[in-house]
Design a binder for this molecule. Structure first.
Ligand code: ZN
Length: 262
């Protein structure tokens, strides 16, 4: 999928003497940067960020719906949530816009800085490609994934970094249909290696709502979202001051629809 962009990068990398020089070299000339076409104008509108967005708005320019996503400082938690929901609607309708953007330029402009507007705690399941189902691209979503989408101290630390340092405005804890980790927990499956280490994290949802897989997945997402809000003072203070929303959601892998659970 990215071969065309890799080709551009390869041309740049040929001039490098070591991998450590990549950071500075990404500022160097690239064929696509000098291409003053519609795709670049589109990129500039959506990727430069808040300051440019303010200037452009003052100049009377209109942004397309996904363009404001990187203007993180301008988004409220409600607007960040709506951005995700609108992206999911585009995904369900088959009207993806994120692939229209020039990934090479986008990588270049985000090589030293990221401003994701949202974070998602999702399952590792291959049927849950987070950026795709929200129609988002490089630099938009801060993603943590673990089979069963539950919180651990490391997951909490990551999401704290996303919110407190990078400034994400919404965190979605997203369960999904037919989750293998949930099914295995319900059935107490005998599994190889350390897979059963997942079970204790999901068991509280089984204890609460019974043995229907999707019902447990939804309960688990609600429990984990509540845990996030309660166990992290860094997150709870942002929630209390209206700077962050932490919500549970459920992804229907058949329909592609993400539904809020609270
Ligand atoms: Zn899963």
């Amino acid at each position: 999928m990215t071969s065309q962009f890799d080709a551009k990068n390869d041309a740049t990398k040929c001039k490098q003497t070591s991998p450590s020089s990549q950071s500075s070299s990404t500022r160097g000339p690239q064929p696509s940067v000098s291409n003053e076409d519609a795709s670049r104008r589109n990129f500039l509108q959506m990727a430069v960020g808040g300051a440019a967005a303010v200037l452009a708005t003052a100049a009377g320019m209109e942004f397309a719906a996904p363009s404001a996503a990187l203007a993180q400082s301008l988004l409220t938690p409600e607007q960040a949530l709506k951005e995700l929901q609108d992206g999911n609607k585009r995904f369900v309708a088959g009207n993806l816009t994120s692939f229209d953007q020039d990934l090479a330029i986008l990588r270049n402009h985000t090589s030293e800085k990221q401003q994701p507007f949202a974070a998602v705690l999702a399952c590792s399941d291959s049927r849950v490609p987070v950026e795709l189902i929200f129609d988002q691209t490089i630099g938009h979503i801060f993603v943590t994934r673990v089979a069963g989408n539950f919180t651990t101290s490391e997951i909490i630390a990551s999401l704290e970094y996303g919110a407190a340092v990078l400034g994400t405005k919404v965190i979605l804890v997203m369960g999904h249909g037919s989750c293998g980790a949930v099914e295995a927990t319900i059935q107490h499956k005998d599994v190889p290696g350390q897979i059963s280490a997942l079970y204790p994290h999901i068991q509280p949802a089984v204890d609460k709502v019974g043995t229907d897989t999707d019902t447990v997945s939804k309960a688990n997402a609600l429990i984990q979202a509540a845990l996030l809000r309660q166990s992290s003072t860094a997150l709870s203070s942002l929630v209390d001051t209206g700077k962050l929303k932490v919500l549970a959601a459920f992804y229907n892998i058949a329909s592609g629809v993400v539904s809020l659970l609270e």
